[in-house]
Design a protein. Structure first.
Length: 85
């Protein structure tokens, strides 16, 4: 299991466009990817699940990748977050 945390810097937080892109990126990997925002947890491969997190600017999200390609998934998703949110 690989984990990393990311604090959102985008003014709008996780809204529809970046959520869709994040789902697409997470879908490239066989590993299970989850995202936590406080007590809320979401499947990074499901857009509605991500939107329900209500992640806003300043929230620190915890990402967890678990599976056969967890290292690559965590690395790619961390890079994605830095570039897009």
């Amino acid at each position: 299991m690989k984990e990393f945390e990311y604090t959102i810097t985008d003014e709008l937080g996780i809204h529809a466009r970046p959520a869709g892109l994040l789902v697409k990126k997470a879908g490239e990997f066989a590993s299970t990817v989850s995202v936590e925002n406080g007590a809320k947890k979401a499947d990074a491969k499901k857009i509605m699940s991500l939107m329900m997190l209500g992640a806003k600017k300043g929230n620190t999200l915890k990402f967890t990748a678990e599976g056969p390609d967890e290292d690559a998934a965590a690395e790619a998703l961390e890079a994605f977050m830095k570039e897009n949110l």
